[in-house]
Design a protein around this ligand. Sequence first.
Ligand SMILES: Cc1ncc(COP(=O)(O)O)c(C=O)c1O
Length: 443
Amino acid sequence: MSDSNRNAPSLDAFWMPFTANRQFKAAPRMLVAAEGMHYTADDGRRVLDGTAGLWCVNAGHGRRSIADAAAHQLASLDFAPTFQMGHPIAFDFAERLAAMAPGGPEAGLDRVFLTNSGSESVDTALKIALAYQRAIGQGTRTRLIGRERGYHGVGFGGISVGGIVSNRRAFPTLPGIDHLRHTHDPARNAFAKGQPEHGAELAEDLERLVALHGAETIAACIVEPVAGSTGVLIPPRGYLERLREICTRHGILLIFDEVITGFGRLGAPFATDFFGVVPDLVTTAKGITNGTVPMGAVFAKRAVHDALMQGPEGIELFHGYTYSGHPLACAAGLATLDIYAKEGLLTRGAELAEDWAGAMHDLRGRAHVSDIRTIGLVAGIELTPRPDAPGKRAYEVFTDCFRRGLLIRVTGDIIALSPPLIVEREQIREMAEIVGAAIDRVG
Ligand SMILES: Cc1ncc(COP(=O)(O)O)c(C=O)c1O
């Protein structure tokens, strides 16, 4: 063992999530510290964070006030149950979230169920939708509609409504699920800045499913307003509006999965605000605590919540997590929301969107770049796959960027960029330069 890795941990025990374990362990990439826009790798190199961790560190790394709030909370009330008991900070946090709820006060999305992750938020929202339909006398509505190329986490509910084959093929999924067609249409929409022009009519696919199954069997339809994990798929103009109309017409609840788009990613607090389309339930996680402590929240329309507060007294919704409203996560969340408000981060993406789009679209014309999509502070750069090895080209770009000091994310042959919302214009240019050079080198 050389001196430099004498303190390196054994890599055997940790079964890494969503990772090619053998490949990683043969050539590990380790991050050991983080501050502001940068990670530090284990060899001391600074690495620019082009992905806000995993779409979650929206206020940048190492925020002192979050650490202080969390430490203070741990020292005063480390844990208390929220089943038939309460502690003030959970109520405070839910009130703060309700006050900034997606769509503003008129939208009425001001009842908040706390979870610990995006996957839990999704399964929670699906269960609330089913419970709601039952409560209003629509108990035949048990079917859930997702969309191809949707990612809704890894619970059985989430993979069932999700539309990623690798996440589904090895596992049984829930019965009574169907999927809308996805909206990705590079033949008509390639290199769109912001919302693409073509494809609003794809929302009519929900009418097809209504005709096929009967509206009275469908409880809810869940979509990501902008699909993140499958490569930044931006909704065509008018698409979400039409989906909303069709759901309303048929008594189907509309769920926006805002685990990525929530908390400023698009340049508005939520995608609901950005697109001006109001769903009935919104799932969030990630940026809610700046990625510091696992936490998620489901925003529910007051009418949905209130429908379940009828009937004889007793537990209205048989659902919850030991750590729903965990004091540490709530403290981190409150400190995070303070930073977002004080620094205007939830709308900063709007100020930077043009520079961001400009820098990213300048990569057009490089070899193998088949599409570039941007919205807010998100970009998807699609590469033509190598005929014999899909995904390999983008993976090589990823490792090349990391060697040269930039963390990006790839999914198949699509590069996704989503920096912390504190990113400076100079760093946007730096990201584009490193990615461009990597694309050239990889060839
Ligand atoms: C839209 C969406 N929903 C759900 C999830 C799952 O979140 P988690 O990994 O916190 O369970 C993700 C994660 O990336 C996501 O992007």
